[in-house]
Design a protein around this ligand. Structure first.
Ligand code: KG4
Ligand code: ZN
Length: 340
């Protein structure tokens, strides 16, 4: 049997400072997350400068905790994995500089990880049987993509958003109905009390690009609906708005994912990213996959939103594929999927 591979993974692309120790890409020995959400809530969104400063303050502590919880020292590790893009440049740089410093001091190999490929790889952690190829819907605060995971670390994008990401639409609508940041989980909760059929918000389909998305239309429709209610001095039923908006988004996400899986002849579907923890999306995707004889995978909510365990999972397959970063590894804020 091969020797175990232990990776220390670091994630600091947005507002979570996170470190994890992952064994053989699928077994999480520790997963420490220091969230800055409370801090950014004061401003209604992530403030990049504050995020970077907070990462610097927390990163050593988070790494020490991750090693301690896993019961390992730096000497036991085989590699360091770190998110180097996409994300906020100042935030990414904190993790990248830290990973490079550890790699330099310990001579451990360094592996640069794409944040979104990390989200996809979160599915490997709890589903030991999941292997490529599969269709993956990635829905986060900054990204909405449909990708074919062809092999470990090999991706083909078949659909993308033309404007807002799904999570971004959730956050903007939440702000409009006074729910605050981050809006996704708040809309998820409030929608449970509302009628998803109360208001007919649009479902965007794009001519000639059946697997692409657009969420700016539904977002504008919600804002217009709120404005027109205010003008008519009608009271807004926020739960109905939340439920109807969510239904419009979920309908599109599910129908396109199923259609794409069928079109490309894939019988396994996975979802990933912060919005993948949405209860309505999980339920609707479960029902649709059952109906269409597709096998569905999704991570537990803690592995859907930003964390370093998913970075450790992705780093493992990169490491096995021979990927090594040098000490010149830099943060790439607009890194594309599959780009090296
Ligand atoms: O993946 P993530 O943690 O960070 C990015 O890489 O962007 O995703 C954050 C996004 C936010 O827009 C947040 O509102 C959304 O995921 N989100 C949700 C839920 N939990 C987080 N959206 C809908 N329902 C949820 N339960
Ligand atoms: Zn993310």
């Amino acid at each position: 049997m091969d020797k175990d591979t232990l990776i220390l993974a670091i994630e600091s692309s947005c507002d979570e400072t996170a470190a994890a120790v992952v064994k053989n890409g699928r077994e999480v020995l520790s997963n420490v997350i220091s969230s800055q959400i409370a801090l950014h809530t004061l401003y209604g969104g992530v403030v990049p400068e504050i995020a970077s400063r907070k990462h610097i303050e927390k990163i050593n502590q988070v790494i020490e905790e991750a090693l301690k919880e896993a019961g390992v020292t730096l000497k036991d590790l085989d590699a360091i994995g770190v998110t180097y893009g996409p994300g906020l440049v100042g935030a990414l740089l904190v993790g990248v500089a830290e990973a490079k410093a550890i790699s330099y001091a310990t001579k451990l190999p360094l592996v640069g990880v794409h944040h979104i490929e990390g989200h996809v790889s979160a599915n490997y952690i709890e589903h030991k049987e999941l292997e490529p190829p599969f269709m993956c819907l990635i829905v986060s605060g900054g990204h909405t993509h449909l990708v074919i995971v062809k092999e470990y670390g090999k991706y083909e994008i078949v659909g993308r958003t033309h404007d807002d990401a799904a999570g971004e639409a959730y956050d903007k609508v939440a702000r409009a109905i006074g729910l605050g940041y981050p809006g996704g989980p708040k809309i998820d909760k409030l929608a449970k009390e509302g009628n998803p059929k109360a208001i007919a918000f649009p479902r965007a389909h794009i001519d000639g690009a059946p697997f692409d998305f657009s969420f700016s239309g539904v977002k504008s429709a919600v804002l217009n609906y709120i404005n027109s209610c205010e003008m008519k001095q009608e009271e807004i039923n926020r739960a109905d708005v939340a439920a109807s908006f969510q239904q419009a988004v979920v309908d599109v996400l599910v129908s396109k994912t199923i259609a794409a899986a069928k079109e490309y002849g894939l019988d396994q579907v996975a979802i990933a990213g912060g919005v993948a923890s949405n209860s309505a999306l999980r339920q609707a995707m479960t029902d649709a996959c059952e109906k269409n004889n597709l096998k569905l995978f999704y991570p537990s909510p803690i592995y859907c939103t930003d964390n370093a365990a998913m970075i450790g999972a992705a780093a493992y397959y990169e490491y096995k594929n021979g990927a090594r970063a040098g000490l010149d590894l830099n943060a790439v804020p607009n890194l594309k999927i599959g780009q090296r």
